[in-house]
Design a protein around this ligand. Sequence first.
Ligand SMILES: Cc1cc2nc3c(=O)[nH]c(=O)nc-3n(C[C@H](O)[C@H](O)[C@H](O)COP(=O)(O)O)c2cc1C
Length: 346
Amino acid sequence: MSDLKREQRKNEHVEIAMAQSDSTISDFDDIRFVHHSIPNIDLENINLQSQLKDFTLEHPLYINAMTGGSEWTKQINEKLGVIARETGMAMAVGSTHAALRNSKMASSFTVVREMNPQGIIFSNVGADVPVDKAKESVQLLDAQALQVHVNAPQELVMPEGNRTFSTWMDNLSQIVAHVDVPVIVKEVGFGMSKETIKQLNEIGVRYVDVSGRGGTNFVDIENERRAYKDMDYLGLWGQTTVESMLESTDAQQDMDILASGGVRTPLDAVKCLALGASAVGMSRPFLNQVENNGITATLEYVEQFSDHMKKIMTMLNAKDIEDLRHAQMIFSPKLQSWIEQRNLSI
Ligand SMILES: Cc1cc2nc3c(=O)[nH]c(=O)nc-3n(C[C@H](O)[C@H](O)[C@H](O)COP(=O)(O)O)c2cc1C
């Protein structure tokens, strides 16, 4: 496949993702917090900082992996880099494969580091890259962590996608053993099971991003790119972010679990943290904001989002993220059934 075709694919992903809309039904609505009438804390004392195993996040929200690898996406990365710097959010770049293959593409990723020299940046590769390329991807951005995406459904629906997966687990072990920054194994919108999370823990992975169903949908995106658009029936494949967070419960002692996929409101984000997430990622909302409304409006959006999260935490009497983990939640019968059928110890 030529570099030109790859560049075109990057742009198509962004275009199709921006045109997608969220389903009106969200699994986050299957969780309700119990309201108590008299909080004994003040809004001004709420602290959003999150302590992970290897670093502290000033903000529990992060800009999740999307772009790089073309001229257009370089411009998007530049703007997202500024937003990360101004808000103190961590930011992941999209898959750096384009830069690893062709150094002319490097600047579409490194622009993020240029915009934000002191920030926390995650680099991103796929589960099939050799260890030396994974190391190169970290060096490219002087990254604090490396996201390794696992995206089998996307590859299988993608007309020109990968069809070989049996080497992934061994390769992941190699990457974890030899890359000298934390490795975050990340889904791309299909969620994770407790079995997958346990397998990853066993090979030394200490961070996963469950990136569940409910937001950007890569079966739909790749299906749009198929000549006959014939795989649309797979649109509901995978676990939602809420189900994935429940699946992660047993692993939360040993691992930092990051939540993403369909997080759209401050209440969704607070629910992720209450379910045990150490941080919460969003992709498409930041893309749409920055491309449709610009940097200043996106900064206001983040400020509002944070302010609303603090207000919700005040109602929950949770002064920080640790307190949120004790918030009382009620699950819908649908979620309760998932918990029972999957034997989850919640
Ligand atoms: C345009 C676009 C490109 C993406 N590219 C990548 C990628 O290169 N690597 C990756 O790990 N995830 C990628 N993702 C997936 C996101 O990081 C995230 O897992 C997914 O979009 C769900 O989050 P959302 O519902 O907030 O968009 C991409 C998402 C979008 C919208």
